[in-house]
Design a protein around this ligand. Sequence first.
Ligand SMILES: *Cc1c(COP(=O)(O)O)cnc(C)c1O
Length: 420
Amino acid sequence: MRHPKNIDGTANASDEKAPTSPSTSADHIRITEQFSAHNYSPLGVVISKGQGVWLTDVEGKRYLDMLSAYSAVTWGHCPARFIKVATEQMSRLTLCSRGFYSDQTGLFCKELAELCKMEVVLPMNTGAEAVETALKAARKWAYEVKGVPDNKAEIIVFSGNFHGRTTTIISASSSSASKNHFGPLTPGFIMVPYGDSAALAAAVTPHTAGILIEPIQGEGGVIIPPEGYLRAVRKICTDNRVLFLADEIQTGLCRTGKVFACEHEGVQPDLYILGKALGASLLPISAVIGSKEVMQVFTPGTHGSTFGGNPLACAVAREVIKYIREESPENRAKELGAYLVEGLTAKPLSKVAEIRGRGLFVGLDVRKEFGKAKHFCHELKDLGVLCKDTRDSTIRFAPPVVIEKSEIDWALERIRKVLE
Ligand SMILES: *Cc1c(COP(=O)(O)O)cnc(C)c1O
């Protein structure tokens, strides 16, 4: 194979170091490290195939996927049911822009609104775009409906949050790595501790437009708030005419044992923000779902996206919604999640400080004296279990919900080996 050339035909300056015909994991790692920006630090495994919960690397070694691409692969790798729909739609119509109607976009919005028990859907592509959309909706609603003076709207966010990587979203982050030297940042965010409803109530002002919250903090380390907290947040929002913006990009769509994690406390937010599993790992698709009162702030020309609501992604997402309705995969997540946590807690693991879980969304804190969680993820990788650390001391286990008990047993054996 020839080296890639620059567009004018001259040799690429970095050609020298790249292997001529990459075939081994080491080759691909070298190429990636040379040519991709270093905004991730991946485990040293090079995946070339996926099926269900299993991944295969370029040398043919198999791994059990306990990360699911941060819950984007909730229905398993290369899921036949969704590939069929995608393939059919792909040869019919993929993109026409929202400049026209399509026979998929409207139906997707209708079906997703029904699943969420809400009225109106605004489709986007990535999670971050959907969060941005929700923030824009809340601000515009505050000015045009609630009557907050222009440019004074405040959004309350929580320490330890993760909502994405745009400049505005990182402005709401408490992680210095996420925001350092990316300023000037977007003003208008107020930060309060997660799980403390008194602190939240005290932070609300007449200028508060919305509260942006993960019902369980995912990247924050699978942090489950105290019982009753989401109900308290709902009450604070209702009492003060503040919008409850639920970022369920990671927790939503059955991962935690309910279709939406807010349901664990019987809470209905004002806006749902969804992404990840909505595209069945085939395509990025995200959405904001809400009431007419809020969503009517968007009028032609005020917001949009070229790929948002494209017929291909909508067809796949419609099948995801149908699958959820037909199969209730949240029950499977609930049962198998309980089985996983039971397995992890059956016998004490000497290196583990705490295990938290809801459905197939499990966080395991490693005792500080045994070093960082990352080191255990490397060891697990060598044994064939893929997972990632988050926030230094936590390992997150979030396998596809199609995982079988026997596969959980297989993982448990290895997890035990590493953490005992
Ligand atoms: C992943 C995630 C996002 C961002 O989604 P992207 O598709 O990566 O932009 C936002 N919020 C939460 C809770 C997430 O887990």
